[in-house]
Write a protein that binds this ligand. Structure first.
Ligand SMILES: [Fe+2]
Length: 140
């Protein structure tokens, strides 16, 4: 089951950011599938491991862009990233102690997907608007 899907309303207009968001959505679906189908631990850990390291790198990339362009709302944006990583780490440790469960799969869906969509729609779009105004959509 696909739990998150890319659509144009998620586009920020910054190519690099949008490409990474698409990849994150793909990895979320893969991780959720592994969790909800009760796949083996190795499979789930691999999917979640890829997702979490990709997300960490992606956040770093956004944070570097914001620093480089002196984005005024940077501190709030970084705080959101940190809060997400804390929640995500908690979910991973719940999995590590309790294994796959439907409750965990639902929790994953609600917290990860909802957070991501809300974050992209508001916080990332605000950031992108600023960056594009500064240097066009080939922001680097
Ligand atoms: Fe962000």
């Amino acid at each position: 089951m696909v739990i998150a899907q890319w659509n144009d309303s998620l586009a920020t207009g910054v190519d690099k950011v949008d490409t990474q968001h698409k990849e994150i959505i793909r990895m979320i679906n893969e991780s959720h599938e592994a969790l909800s189908q009760g796949k083996g631990r190795v499979h789930v850990e691999k999917a979640i491991g890829f997702l979490s390291s990709y997300v960490v790198d992606h956040f770093k990339g956004e944070e570097e862009l914001m620093a480089k362009h002196d984005y005024p709302a940077r501190a709030d944006h970084v705080r959101q990233h940190e809060a997400f990583l804390k929640d995500f780490t908690r979910l991973v440790s719940e999995y590590n102690t309790g294994g796959s469960s439907s409750a965990l799969a639902i929790n994953f869906q609600q917290s990860v997907v909802k957070w991501l969509v809300n974050h992209i729609m508001k916080v990332d779009k605000d950031m992108a608007e600023f960056l594009i105004a500064e240097s066009g959509n080939k922001v680097a």
